[in-house]
Design a protein around this ligand. Structure first.
Ligand code: SF4
Length: 432
């Protein structure tokens, strides 16, 4: 039986085994363009994946006029413009700033916030963490020291349904059913009590929610700054808390106390069970969810998504939540080539950049992934062993060994037999 790859555990350096880095992270940004094999690449941080309808249209125009005509959705719900022409950086920056996508040039690469994409739309979850994400983004951009965070430091805000709590956040906030929140930093978890519960009725509930959000945001920022202090003291150039030597781990409780936040340690915290991404289709009465085929949205698809939407939210599973439209928009989006229903065989199929965008790719993985047969289990195609952009959680791994051979869950498979092998793997129950 073919066994799926287990979820990739985060690196957990033991004391004395922490990496020492002699440079900052090389993550691209909106202002720091990366020279890829298919041209320049810009990565746009979109806290909680959120874009207004106008911003969607601006990105569609930018993709067409400056890039290769499409937008890539990353595994953090950010966006990438690829194939950008040399010399377009200043024009792109002006365009993004005008659209409100560059609120702080000094902080543009540290706005790494994932949040439950359906929060506030489908009646599930315990709090609208999309609002928390906006408040956290504003707090981050207003704190000059936060600009020193690496482009890899991640905040994960889960509304309690368990969809983003397992995405490897460096600071994770999870809404609790009683109006409180849990914060996990490093390996420690704290309960942050709900706030502002005085009075009665709707106004009091709204005040309590706002109070919890404010406390959660202040706590997350305090922990991020505590990490920066610890990283500076360690002198190892750590990008994330898990890279710190054991002797230099932050005193998270002290950092929270210093920020005047009441936080109760939770020694044996059980996070919510990991939730699967929502199936493509309607999402509550006033939203829908579609998937971008292999994580790419053409300019035409972007315009179809943005037309008439209140907002769209790019998701960590390379989908798009569209808030505002009637569900009967789905046929039109299907006609644009988007994945609009769970029966579409493209559901659950992801791929790295591959050729021609990545010079390391050993095969045309995106062409082969586009021919992937359907099945219940997710499958990720990679052009080399780095397996960039793989999803979290249980999945089938297909990795190129050369132009005509793949490794499927550890077994070499000729390209001519790949589709059949993937079909079998996607329908074979997991080994536990
Ligand atoms: S997995 Fe390899 S081929 Fe694919 S994008 Fe990453 S480095 Fe490139």
């Amino acid at each position: 039986m073919l066994a799926a790859m287990p979820p990739t555990p985060p690196p957990s350096p033991e004391p004395g085994e922490a990496p020492t880095r002699d440079r900052g992270d090389a993550c691209p940004g909106a202002l720091r363009l990366h020279a890829a094999a298919d041209g320049l690449l810009a990565r746009l941080r979109l806290p909680a994946g959120r874009l207004t309808s106008r911003q969607v249209m601006v990105l569609a125009d930018a993709a067409e006029s400056l890039g290769d005509g499409s937008l890539s959705v990353t595994s953090r719900g950010n966006a990438e413009l690829r194939g950008l022409r040399d010399g377009c950086g200043a024009g792109l920056a002006a365009l993004l700033a005008d659209a409100g996508l560059l609120p702080s040039p000094t902080h543009e690469r540290v706005r790494n916030i994932v949040a439950s994409p359906a929060a506030g739309l489908d009646g599930l979850g315990h709090a609208d963490v999309q609002l928390w994400a906006r408040a956290l983004d504003a707090a981050l951009c207003a704190e000059p020291r936060a600009a020193a965070l690496s482009g890899r430091f991640l905040f994960a805000l889960d509304d309690g349904r368990g969809d983003v709590a397992g995405l490897g956040g460096d600071v994770t906030l999870i809404a609790a059913p009683d109006g409180a929140a849990f914060l996990t930093a490093g390996t420690e978890t704290f309960r942050l009590p709900g706030a502002g519960a005085g009075g009665a009725g709707h106004a009091a509930a709204a005040g309590s929610a706002a109070g919890t959000a404010g406390t959660a945001v202040r706590a997350a920022l305090a922990c991020a700054l505590a990490f920066l202090d610890a990283a500076e003291a360690a002198g190892t150039g750590a990008w994330r808390p898990r890279e710190l030597p054991g002797a230099h781990l932050p005193d998270w409780a002290r950092a929270l106390a210093r920020a005047a936040i009441t936080a109760e340690p939770v020694p044996s915290f059980a996070p919510p069970p990991a939730a699967l991404p929502p199936a493509p289709g309607p999402l509550g009465d006033h939203a829908l969810h579609v998937l971008a085929p292999l994580g790419r949205l053409t300019a035409g698809q972007l315009r179809a998504l943005g037309a008439g939407a209140d907002e769209v939210r790019l998701t960590p599973w390379r989908g798009v939540v569209v808030a505002g439209p009637a569900p009967d928009l789905l046929p039109a989006l299907a006609a644009h080539g988007l994945v609009t229903g769970p029966a579409d065989p493209r559901t659950g199929v992801t791929a790295c950049t591959g050729t021609p965008g990545c010079a390391k790719s050993l095969a045309d993985v995106r062409a082969d992934a586009a021919r992937a047969p359907g099945g219940p289990l997710p499958v990720h195609y990679s052009g080399c062993a780095r397996r960039c952009g793989h999803p979290h959680g249980t999945r089938i791994e297909v990795t190129a060994l050369g132009p005509d051979t793949y490794l499927l869950d550890g077994v070499p498979v000729p390209r001519t037999a790949l589709a059949e092998a993937v079909a079998a793997a996607r329908t074979t129950p997991m080994e536990s």
